[in-house]
Design a protein around this ligand. Structure first.
Ligand code: HSE
Length: 303
């Protein structure tokens, strides 16, 4: 095999109380990544699509770092060209860098028959997050690899649990710049024990809800975070107004910040997606995706 093309999905991390733990893979948007063996030695990189401000230098590019590390670990000496078509806007709160990292990890696995497990692919992909956010948080890369709903239950060593699921979401991408690094820096290092008790309770409610197809419970608990969302919501102009409107009109099971924002994720009640989309557009005039929870990164073509 000389070339492999993969699709790698956007992801929504945290989901309220699951900070750095919970994640969902979305059907849209996504990146398309093509990895080709080349005659030149080393790694080259090309970017197209929504790639403003993404570095093309391999050592500064999150996906480049992942490919380089896999080449080193497996003594791969030839040349590799990485072509990334960015469908996921960087810095939007939808795991843009994670999608590219997960996509190249999967593509390397296929191109060189490395037989890496999903957990090992997640570990490699999360290395790129160190470049993007200063920390190798894995709550975006895990769903980008596994699909569905994932829980990072331990970091050292990394342990991921996966629940296959499928439900509708409506996601807005307000045109506000928030860097994950800054959105992490505003969070406290310590939390009161009552918040710990609250967030564990709500996280348990979400898992129970997902297993029992009780989206009302899932959504209500998703909105129960008392640690992260209250602080980060201040970074997103009009978020509180939009959230109140969607809930007052009884359109969603839940609505919260996606990852470090500014993306907003909502779980529409039956036949309410269109109305939620209209409210998002009224206030933000921004891209809105009415999509579903879906598959992790997967191969589209190989030759
Ligand atoms: N868990 C990470 C954070 C996700 O909230 O900082 C970043 O998208």
């Amino acid at each position: 095999m000389n070339r492999v093309k993969v699709l790698s999905p956007a992801t929504s991390a945290n989901l309220g109380p699951g900070y750095d733990v919970f994640g969902l893979a979305l059907c849209e948007p996504y990146d398309i990544i093509t990895l080709s063996k080349s005659n030149d030695k080393g790694i080259s990189l090309s970017l197209k699509g929504k790639c403003d401000k993404i570095p093309t230098e391999v050592d500064k590019n999150t996906a480049g770092v992942v490919v380089k590390k896999i080449m080193e670990d497996f003594n791969i000496n030839g040349g590799i060209h990485i072509d990334i078509e960015k469908g996921i806007k960087p810095g939007s709160g939808l795991g843009s860098s994670s999608a590219s990292c997960a996509g190249v990890a999967l593509a390397m696995n296929e191109l060189f028959n490395l037989n890496l497990s999903k957990l090992e692919l997640t570990k490699y992909a999360s290395l790129g997050e160190t470049v993007a956010a200063g920390v190798a948080h894995a709550d975006n890369v895990a769903p980008a690899i596994y699909g569905g709903f994932t829980m990072v239950i331990n970091y050292e060593p990394l342990e991921v649990l996966h629940i296959p699921t499928e439900f509708e979401v409506v996601v807005a991408l307000p045109n506000i710049q928030i860097s994950t690094k800054e959105a992490r820096e505003i969070l406290p290092n310590k939390v009161p024990i009552k918040d710990m008790v609250n967030n564990i309770g709500k996280a348990c409610g979400m898992i129970y809800g997902i297993y029992n197809r009780n989206m009302g419970l899932f959504g209500r608990c998703m909105m129960g975070d008392t640690v992260v969302e209250p602080l980060r919501s201040q970074l997103i102009k009009d978020y509180s107004k939009v959230k109140s409107k969607v809930l007052d009109l009884d359109l969603a099971h839940g609505i919260t910040i996606s990852g470090s924002g500014p993306a907003i994720i909502s779980l529409p009640k039956e036949n309410c997606a269109k109305s939620i989309k209209e409210i998002f557009l009224e206030v933000w005039d921004c891209p809105v995706y009415h999509t579903k929870v879906g598959k992790g990164a997967h191969v589209l073509e190989r030759d």
